[in-house]
Design a protein around this ligand. Sequence first.
Ligand code: DAH
Length: 367
Amino acid sequence: MSGPNSEYDPVQVTPLDEEHVAAMRDEALAAIAAATDLETLKQVRTEHAGDRSPLALANREIGALPPQARKDAGQRVGQARAAVNQALAARQAELEVEAEARMLVEETVDVTLPWDRTTKGARHPITMMHEKIADVFVAMGWEVAEGPIVEAEWLNFDALNLGPDHPARTMQDTFWTEPAEHHLVLRTQTSPVQARAMLTRTPPIYVVSPGRVFRTDEYDATHSPMFHQVEGLCIDRGITMAHLKGTLDHFAESMFGEGISTRFRPSYFPFTEPSAEVDLRCFVCRGLHPAVDDCRTCKGEGWIEWGGCGVVNPRVLTACGVDNERYTGFAFGMGIDRTLMFRHGVADLRDMFEGDVRFSTPFGADL
Ligand code: DAH
């Protein structure tokens, strides 16, 4: 018994008469003429001149014909294939010229266009303010110190004479971290950097520390749960309130211009004794009549509240390992965001924190 015929090829024999060969050729020529780009022409080449194209298949049939028919068919198919190849080559050349011309137009570079008009972004005005403040103090020989944002409760409060039951603790609405037994807070003030400075250095100590602080405040035009302060600490022999006043006057002049001084109002902070609120001479009206009456910056006061300060409480010196018989010192702290607000007439605190470059750009590269 014979098995299935595995030699049998069901491919239909391609007709090789003149009419059919001409049809295959004309179809190929039409497709070539219709190709409008090199990619399409490549497909047309595969379809009409490739190994599986009708004309290539026709060519394969020729061998099976009787000799005279083979000659005629060979000639016909050969001529048709030559015509197709020629048309392909000609169309290829045309399309290459076209593609090159198009590329020259599309990729034209106008060398006269300005090259330097890209927006570069901007440094944040608060960052620039930090640096400006640091520069003022570094120029006087002070050091810039940083502390962590997640701070030990002891350094944020206890070391600064704010014991667990001290009423002033509730003045600062604190973000506590979990677990509670780790006694860590988001620092409510930059003052713990004072304690860190005293614990890690030996006097004389002159440090300034700008940085971020956190309180559970609402987020509105004048409050934010995150804001910035700058802290200053000086510990040396024979330091008095007069040194504090001179330093703050110099700080104020450097930031706000010549003749802008400060004044002290009695106040209370647990870490300083005596303590004072420090006000800044209004740098717009300078407290002068009649300008002061309509001054929008100081609201007719002639002075602007700037921060707190005082002579470092001896209890703080002791807690931080400084001999309070030999050394005295002063400290101060102010809000950087507030400083920026009244220095530049920023009406809404939130504008500073929302990251819109349109706010930052007008400040330029230098404050
Ligand atoms: N830490 C205070 C606050 O956040 C500001 C302050 C007041 C800092 C007096 C000081 C100072 O160093 O002496 O309200």
